[in-house]
Design a protein around this ligand. Structure first.
Ligand code: ATP
Length: 311
């Protein structure tokens, strides 16, 4: 668990992070979203003490993050940034091995871990391990950056716009990979982005920042349905809110009794995709089936539109 309590950072008398308090539950993803200059990166970097706060406390599993020297603290916290920050003169394998080496892991353990992570990220260790970062595509470099951040099995992973430079298709894949890996290792992730779509997709909770303050810290559905003020509402994009709300729900949770004509949509599809399918094909209802092809009922335009309306 990460407890941020009354944290403030001032530069030349100006608070760029202003009395922020929030709790991040273990094994969840908290997304910090906000406009440029709102203090997201500064807040993130106070967790691993790349930035020292002016006042306030941050506790990791109950321990003040100042109870260790900064460099030691940072070995226990993964950190992945936009542009990946890979060491250009070290191979992919050496990059991933950085923190385990600093921690004094023995050679075999490091080799096994590097190979495990490369396999996980679909990079053949034989082919890619000896390469240098400039010999990889942007998407591959990004995966190596995250693999390096995860190498020493940290409980906490800090990510600063890690998908910012990726094209939309690779970006979606990178997001899915992160969700899968976060589930598998039970990592607590704090992710900074300025992309609300990404925040809604990835976050168990979202913190919306403006001018150093956290204006709202809540589950995505809550932020979409009940933005705390006009700023949050604008950031969420009022015209897209209904669709974002629907993208959070699964078709199986919107089924109504009865059947419908035509090809069925899987229960795991998002309600947004179900509505899009209905509108594109001009049908009033779609059958829904589970993974085994068993019919679950149907979704209707009317039913989905009702769900898109905030309570
Ligand atoms: N070392 C520093 N000295 C002085 N001011 C700084 C320093 N670091 C950051 N700032 C200022 O603090 C404010 C918040 O910066 P921060 O990088 O945290 O914002 P951000 O929300 O991450 O922005 P972006 O999305 O553009 O990266 C900005 O106005 C920035 O200019």
């Amino acid at each position: 668990m990460i407890e941020i309590e009354g944290i403030t950072k001032r530069y030349n008398g100006t608070a760029v992070v202003d009395d922020v308090s929030m709790v991040i539950e273990p094994r969840t993803i908290a997304v910090i979203v906000g406009t440029s200059g709102s203090g997201k990166t500064t807040l993130l970097r106070m967790i691993n003490r790349l930035v020292e706060p002016t006042s306030g406390v941050i506790r990791l599993d109950g321990a003040d993050n100042r109870s260790l020297p900064g460099y030691q603290l940072r070995r226990s916290i993964g950190y992945a940034i936009q542009g990946h920050g890979l060491f250009p003169h070290r191979t992919v394998a050496q990059n991933i091995a950085t923190v385990p080496l600093l921690l004094g892991w023995d050679k075999d353990r490091i080799k096994a871990r590097v190979e495990e992570l490369m396999m996980l990220y679909q990079l053949d260790p034989q082919a890619y391990g000896p390469r240098y970062p400039h010999e990889l595509s942007g998407g591959q470099q990004q995966r190596v950056g995250v693999a390096r951040a995860l190498a020493a099995e940290p409980n906490v992973l800090l990510m600063d716009e890690p998908f910012g430079a990726l094209d939309p298709i690779i970006r979606t894949k990178a997001q899915e990979d992160l969700l899968a890996i976060q589930k598998r290792f039970g990592t607590t992730v704090i992710l900074v982005t300025h992309d609300m779509e990404e925040a809604v997709h990835m976050g168990d909770k979202i913190a919306v920042m403006d001018a150093g303050k956290v204006l709202q810290y809540a589950k995505p559905a809550e932020i979409l349905a009940r933005p705390a003020n006009g700023f949050v509402e604008t950031l969420v994009g009022s015209s897209e809110r209904p669709f974002r709300l629907l993208s959070l729900g699964r078709a199986r949770d919107a089924v109504e009794p009865g059947g419908a004509e035509g090809e069925a949509i899987p229960g795991d599809a998002s309600q947004r995709d179900a509505l899009a399918e209905l509108l594109w094909t001009g049908r009033p209802a779609l059958p829904v089936k589970d993974a085994d092809g068993k019919p679950l009922g149907r979704v209707t335009v009317e039913g989905l539109v009702k769900r898109a309306r905030p309570a």
